[in-house]
Ligand binder design. Structure first.
Ligand SMILES: O=C(O)CCC(=O)C(=O)O
Ligand SMILES: [Fe+2]
Length: 245
């Protein structure tokens, strides 16, 4: 199948929520114990496309976050997508929170890992932080995210540096807070290298509690989906790596 933009657009991920994101950010739990808890290693799953950082959050912190997140006003996605958007059936919370994005970037060890010489070339530019558009997903049994591509977006980052930085997103960041170890069955993130859903070609990433996954998006995004959860709950924090524009 041709990898032209039009085709990708026809199955783009659902766009930002129609509700304006003006709500006050929540009081996210502290990163306790101080992060990182392990020497973070970047493991490549697909060269130049998918990497993971295992034990990015310790299990105890994942538990704290899930307890906290389940009190947020999550909204169930309507089953019927807008024209041209992938079917996403999950419960979701979205907030524009530059402070939390900066905490995830600066207070977890992520920044140091992403800026390492061995991997710095991957990101499509100089990474300056994370997308303040923070998304929380909960998938309960029967919920899934159909095959789609993630778009690159222009964003403005308010970091400690003034003035704000014009940036664009280049890689999707998913932080898994649950896994089979917590009773969540299914929910794997599955990538298809050849722009078609094919069981033979699929690269299925199993959930690991506390694992952070990064995958390239925009023009080079791999077709991907979140498999249906069949038991327990899958919880994910989603943001994106941003490079200077
Ligand atoms: O939940 C997942 O595993 C994938 C989520 C996803 O593809 C997205 O947020 O665009
Ligand atoms: Fe996606």
């Amino acid at each position: 199948m041709a990898k032209d933009k039009k085709d990708k657009r026809s199955r783009a991920a659902p766009s930002a929520t129609p509700t304006p994101i003006t709500k006050a950010p929540p009081s996210w739990p502290p990163f306790k114990p101080p992060l990182p808890v392990v020497d973070l290693a970047v493991d490549t799953l697909v060269e130049d496309k998918i990497v993971v950082l295992r034990s990015f959050f310790p299990r105890s912190l994942c538990r704290d976050y899930v307890s906290f997140l389940r009190e947020l006003p999550l909204v169930t996605t309507p089953g019927k997508p807008k024209r041209g958007e992938a079917v996403r059936v999950n419960d979701r919370y979205q907030v524009d929170d530059a402070k939390f994005a900066n905490r995830l970037w600066n207070e977890t060890g992520l920044k140091e890992v992403v800026l390492r010489d061995e991997v710095a070339h991957l990101w499509g530019g100089e990474v300056v932080g994370l997308n303040p558009n923070i998304r929380i997903y909960r998938y309960s049994p029967g919920q899934f995210f159909d095959a789609h591509y993630d778009d690159s977006n222009y964003v403005t980052l308010s970091t400690d540096s003034v003035p704000a930085i014009s940036a664009k997103t280049t890689w999707t960041l998913l932080l898994y807070l649950t896994s089979p170890a917590d009773g969540c069955i299914g929910g794997e993130t599955v990538f298809y290298p050849h722009d078609r859903r094919s069981a033979k070609e699929e690269i299925a990433v199993s959930l690991e509690t506390g694992m952070l996954l990064l995958h390239k998006h925009g023009q080079d995004c791999m077709l991907h989906e979140a498999r249906e959860v069949t038991a327990g709950e899958k919880w994910v924090i989603r943001t994106d790596l941003c490079v200077k524009r």
